[in-house]
Write a protein that binds this ligand. Structure first.
Ligand SMILES: *[C@@H]1O[C@H](CO)[C@@H](O)[C@H](O)[C@H]1NC(C)=O
Ligand SMILES: *[C@@H]1O[C@H](CO)[C@@H](O)[C@H](O)[C@H]1NC(C)=O
Ligand SMILES: *[C@@H]1O[C@H](CO)[C@@H](O)[C@H](O)[C@H]1NC(C)=O
Ligand SMILES: *[C@@H]1O[C@H](CO)[C@@H](O)[C@H](O)[C@H]1NC(C)=O
Ligand SMILES: *[C@@H]1O[C@H](CO)[C@@H](O)[C@H](O)[C@H]1NC(C)=O
Ligand SMILES: *[C@@H]1O[C@H](CO)[C@@H](O)[C@H](O)[C@H]1NC(C)=O
Ligand SMILES: *[C@@H]1O[C@H](CO)[C@@H](O)[C@H](O)[C@H]1NC(C)=O
Length: 309
């Protein structure tokens, strides 16, 4: 019974010391081994406090005093860097030992602690390039297997991927794929390794499969077909275009009348015009028509001039 009371007391105390009591779930963060990592404080604009504290796994690792604008305490000055404007914490040269719960808190003038944010940081080593080997183990269940080994990497998964194949395993250094039931349509096979901070893959082609001869033929057919189509259609278009241009020029010629010499009327007046392009819609009617209907005759020499477009 008393242990129950103790537990309640502890929970109560915990609620008091962590301010609001309700702590949101820690936010997952993944850092790359050897690199630096920023833990941000999103609502840094609205914080009022006397001291700002960063904890790692409940231990204080940094304490900042707003009044003096000084960092009063660093657990490891070489590893940590506090930003006095954004209150973010930079963790340098990440190592496995830096994985853990990072909690930001403020302490106000009355000593009340308010929880700001909690991160669950995990440091991962990048995966190394998968190495594929084939093992022919006559004693095993499989006549022929491919083995994919990923030497380095933290909490990574290894997947064998192919057409219609997806064998994924996690948290192991190598993954085997039985080839007995793999047909040519499944190739090529890729071993893909990844974790939260990196990925890498290696692909093998099937040697005995003469890689998709069928589809190669198909693509060749397509090539021949498209070359054929282009070879036929292009000349046709060019020919049509030439005919069209010729036709258009011809039409133009009909409107071109060069009246360099014309005899008009009863008196055979001679009119010489330098040049005239006569089109029905552009013809000018004379404004001062003779009072009576007079028949006049005109000879117009029509010469086409192909140079005019
Ligand atoms: C600060 O608080 C005010 C009201 O309390 C809110 O409107 C505003 O969005 C907050 N700003 C940030 C950056 O959280
Ligand atoms: C794995 O890590 C070790 C030590 O960092 C390194 O020497 C080795 O080359 C790495 N292996 C691969 C395959 O990258
Ligand atoms: C894997 O098998 C192929 C033939 O299928 C062979 O050419 C190759 O040498 C083998 N590789 C290893 C590492 O045994
Ligand atoms: C393994 O190989 C033997 C002979 O080489 C064959 O009889 C047997 O069917 C093979 N097993 C599988 C699962 O392919
Ligand atoms: C393989 O399967 C896993 C789940 O089993 C899935 O998360 C992943 O996206 C799949 N990968 C591919 C390339 O389909
Ligand atoms: C291969 O397929 C057959 C039937 O399709 C199945 O009985 C056998 O267990 C499979 N073998 C392996 C190694 O997956
Ligand atoms: C592999 O990692 C690169 C960054 O290194 C990323 O851009 C890419 O999206 C990743 N690929 C997959 C399938 O997650």
């Amino acid at each position: 019974m008393s242990s129950m009371k103790d537990l309640l007391l502890i929970v109560l105390l915990h609620c008091l010391t962590s301010g609001r009591g309700i702590e949101s779930n820690p936010i997952d963060r993944y850092g790359l081994d050897g690199e630096s990592f920023h833990l941000d404080v999103e609502e840094h604009n609205n914080l009022t406090f006397k001291r700002f504290v960063w904890r790692m796994n409940s231990n204080i690792i940094m304490e900042y005093n707003l009044k003096t604008q000084d960092v009063d305490y660093y657990k490891n000055e070489e590893k940590l860097e506090f930003d006095k404007k954004t209150f973010s914490l930079l963790i340098k040269n990440l190592a496995n030992t830096d994985s853990g719960l990072y909690k930001a808190e403020t302490v106000n003038d009355d000593g009340v602690v308010i929880h700001v944010v909690t991160y669950k940081l995990r440091v991962q080593a990048p995966v190394s390039k998968p190495v594929i080997t084939n093992t022919s183990d006559s004693e095993g269940e499989c006549n022929s297997t491919l083995k994919c080994t990923v030497e380095n990497g933290t909490e990574h998964s290894i997947a064998w991927l192919g057409n219609g194949i997806n064998n994924t395993i996690t948290h192991r250094r190598s993954s085997e794929l039985c080839l007995d039931n793999i047909t040519c349509k499944n190739w090529p096979l890729t071993c893909y390794a990844e974790n939260k901070v990196s990925n890498s893959s290696e692909t093998v082609e099937a040697l005995q499969c003469e890689r998709p001869s069928n589809s190669a033929l198909q693509s060749n057919l397509w090539l021949i077909l498209s070359v054929g189509i282009i070879g036929i259609i292009t000349p046709i278009i060019i020919i049509i275009r030439i005919f069209w241009i010729k036709h258009r020029n011809k039409k133009k010629e009909e409107y071109l009348v060069k009246t360099t010499d014309a005899s008009v009327g009863e008196t055979n007046q001679s009119i010489t015009t330098e040049y005239d392009v006569v089109r029905p819609e552009r013809m000018n009617r004379p404004t001062d028509l003779p009072p009576e209907i007079t028949t006049i005759y005109a000879t117009v020499r029509k010469t086409s001039d192909k140079n005019i477009c």
